[in-house]
Design a protein around this ligand. Structure first.
Ligand code: AP5
Ligand code: ZN
Length: 216
């Protein structure tokens, strides 16, 4: 299955992506995670991406598109993949479509996780992430067993640089302006499915399985 996850920052894309990827045995390709790994590793790509991400801006299309193109050449994507955080502009979506067409395949579902604004700030300011393994928690909604310690690897959890309130506001504006038009784009193509992202994490996942089951 070839799936795109859509939704504003903090909608729960990364949280659900992990479960979907495990259940359907398809790789999760998160452009945000790839950028963060590069930032942690001090690579040239990381330094460039950080200069945009810290301001809440999108990394330029050409950089992001090259990254995804290369990732989609890897063998593990042959039977499907889950894109989390890509595409994020109409241009990225068009390039992706052309790229898949060359391989005579297409996206099966663009799954929108819908969450109203009032939930978002609370979700993002309460998020804590593991700098070592990338696991994501929420102080209230998905807390680690020991406060500030990753359940999976024991590292100290941190707050993402771009989860500070001012940056969150900027990211939401960028989402409305550059990414939200993708909802109409995939609706027109008959690919859009929407799930209510305000329910509890496991309930959202159950709804997603139902939707993906029907789409398959
Ligand atoms: P990215 O990492 O993709 O960030 P994002 O899209 O803003 O999404 P988030 O990771 O903030 O949120 P999420 O929807 O994954 O929510 P999560 O599951 O963590 O991108 C970061 C930056 O990289 C961008 O700003 C940009 O600069 C750059 N970038 C990335 N892709 C790009 C592209 N294609 N083009 C250009 N630039 C790009 O959940 C949030 C919190 O809520 C967590 O604490 C979680 O535990 C909690 N939570 C989740 N679900 C629930 C629930 N149902 N109930 C209660 N709490 C919940
Ligand atoms: Zn960890």
């Amino acid at each position: 299955m070839r799936i795109i996850l859509l939704g504003p920052p903090g909608a729960g894309k990364g949280t659900q992506a992990q479960s979907i990827s495990n259940k359907y045995n398809i790789p999760q390709i998160s452009t945000g995670d790839i950028f963060r790994k590069n930032i942690a590793g001090g690579t040239e790509l990381g330094i460039l991406a950080k200069s945009y991400m810290d301001k809440g801006l999108l990394v330029p299309d050409n950089v992001t598109i090259d990254l995804v193109k290369n990732r989609l050449k890897e063998d593990d994507t042959r039977n499907g993949f889950l894109l989390d955080g890509f595409p994020r502009t109409i241009h990225q979506a068009e390039v992706l479509e052309a790229l898949l067409k060359e391989q005579s395949v297409a996206i099966d579902v663009a799954l929108q996780i819908e969450v109203p604004r009032e939930f978002i700030i609370q979700r993002m300011t309460g998020r804590r992430v593991c700098p070592n393994c990338g696991a994501s928690y929420h102080l209230e909604f998905n807390p680690p067993m020991l406060r500030s310690i990753c359940d999976d690897c024991g590292s100290h959890l941190i707050q993402r640089e771009d989860d500070k309130r001012e940056t969150v506001v900027e990211r939401l504006e960028i989402y409305d302006f550059q990414t939200a038009p993708l909802i109409a784009y995939y609706t027109e193509k008959g690919k859009l499915k929407t799930v209510d992202g305000t329910k509890a994490i496991n309930e959202v996942f159950e709804d997603i399985i139902r939707i993906l089951g029907e789409a398959n």
